[in-house]
Design a protein around this ligand. Structure first.
Ligand code: SAH
Length: 289
C-alpha cells in the first residue's frame, strides 16, 4: 500500500465557480481570532472549541494580560476539540495513513501526527492555507509526515483504500454530502474510520432557522441537517459508530468568545441557535464496511 503521495503542492484548482469563491475566501482569511490563537503554541485551527472554561486561567478585570490569557484559553478549547475528534479515530498505527478533508492551516494534522506517529495528508482549496501548513510542517521537521495539498476534497489525490482514517473538521458544510461520503468511502480501507465534527441543523426544529441562515451567509456555506449526514453515510458504506451531541460542550466557548475583543459578529447566531435547539454541534464517527 502506498503511504505517500505526490511531492507537489499544486494539484487541480477549484472544480466549480462556488469552490473558486471558497478558495478566495480562505486565501484572504486572516482574522485575528484564528491567527492570534494559533500563535499561542503554533497549532493553527479554523474550528471552534469544546469543554469547560477554566476561569482560573483567565485574568481578573484590569489584568494587563487578560486578553492574552483569554486567547490562550480559547485556543486550549479548540485543541481539546481536535483531541475529541482524534479519540474517535480508533486504533491508528505509525505506518497508517490519515486524511484531513478541508485541512485549513493544518493544526489537526500536526496533532494527529504527534499522537499516532503516522503520516497525515490534507486537502484544502486555499493555496495560502496549504503553503502555510507545509511551512509549519517544515518548521516542525514533520514535512515527511504532514502534508497539505491544494485539492478538492470530493476528488482527492489519494489511492483507493489507502487511509486507515479520515475526517472533516468543520469543513463538510461546503460540499454535497453524498459526493463527500462517496469519496471518504473510496479512500478508506474496509474497517477504516471516518469522523466528522460539524454544525448541523436539527430536524426536530423543522427547517434551517434564521440563525442557521445567517451562519450560512456569513461563511458562504450550506449547513446540512443531522438527517442528511446519516443518510449520506448509510448510502456510502459508512456505518455510524457514535453520534455525540457536543452542543452543551461548545456553548461555554462561544459565551467566552463573545466577551472578547476578537468577536467577528457571528457569535450571537451560534449562541441563539444552539440555545433554541435549531442548530447542533455534533461528532459522528462511522466505520467503513
Ligand atoms: N479543518 C480545518 C479547517 C476548517 S475551515 C480546521 O479544523 O482547522 C474549512 C476548510 O474547508 C478550509 O480549509 C477550506 O479550504 C476547506 N474546503 C472547503 N471546501 C473544500 C473542498 N471542496 N475541497 C477541499 N477543501 C475544502
Amino acid at each position: 500500500m502506498t503511504t505517500t503521495t505526490t511531492n507537489s503542492v499544486t494539484v487541480p484548482g477549484p472544480a466549480s465557480p462556488y469552490q473558486a469563491d471558497i478558495a478566495n475566501y480562505w486565501n484572504a482569511e486572516a482574522r485575528p481570532v484564528n491567527l492570534r490563537l494559533g500563535d499561542v503554541d503554533g497549532l493553527y485551527h479554523h474550528h471552534y472549541g469544546i469543554g469547560a472554561v477554566d476561569h482560573s486561567a483567565l485574568g481578573a478585570p484590569g489584568d494587563p494580560d487578560a486578553e492574552q490569557k483569554l486567547i490562550a484559553e480559547l485556543h486550549r478549547l479548540e485543541s481539546a476539540q481536535t483531541d475529541v475528534l482524534l479519540d474517535n479515530l480508533g486504533e491508528i498505527a505509525r505506518e497508517d495513513f490519515l486524511v484531513d478533508a478541508g485541512c485549513g492551516r493544518g493544526g489537526s494534522m500536526v496533532m494527529a501526527h504527534q499522537r499516532f506517529g503516522c503520516t497525515v495528508n490534507g486537502v484544502t482549496l486555499s493555496s495560502k492555507q496549504a503553503e502555510f501548513g507545509n511551512q509549519r510542517a517544515r518548521e516542525l521537521g514533520l514535512q515527511d509526515h504532514v502534508r497539505s495539498h491544494v485539492h478538492n476534497m470530493l476528488d482527492t489525490p489519494f489511492d483507493t483504500g489507502q487511509a486507515a482514517g479520515s475526517w472533516n473538521n468543520e469543513s463538510s458544510m461546503y460540499v454535497d454530502l453524498d459526493d463527500l461520503m462517496a469519496e471518504h468511502s473510496r479512500i478508506l480501507r474496509p474497517g477504516g474510520r471516518y469522523v466528522t465534527i460539524t454544525g448541523c441543523w436539527n430536524p426536530r426544529y423543522g427547517q434551517p432557522s434564521k440563525w442557521v441562515s445567517q451562519i450560512n451567509a456569513h461563511f458562504e456555506c450550506n449547513i446540512h441537517s443531522r438527517r442528511e449526514y446519516l443518510k449520506a453515510m448509510a448510502d456510502n458504506r459508512l456505518v455510524p459508530q457514535a453520534v455525540i451531541d457536543l452542543t452543551p460542550d461548545t456553548l461555554p466557548y462561544w459565551e467566552l468568545r463573545a466577551t472578547s475583543s476578537l468577536v467577528t459578529g457571528i457569535e450571537e447566531a451560534f449562541i441563539n441557535s444552539y440555545k433554541d435547539g435549531s442548530f447542533q454541534y455534533v461528532l459522528i464517527a462511522a466505520d467503513r464496511v
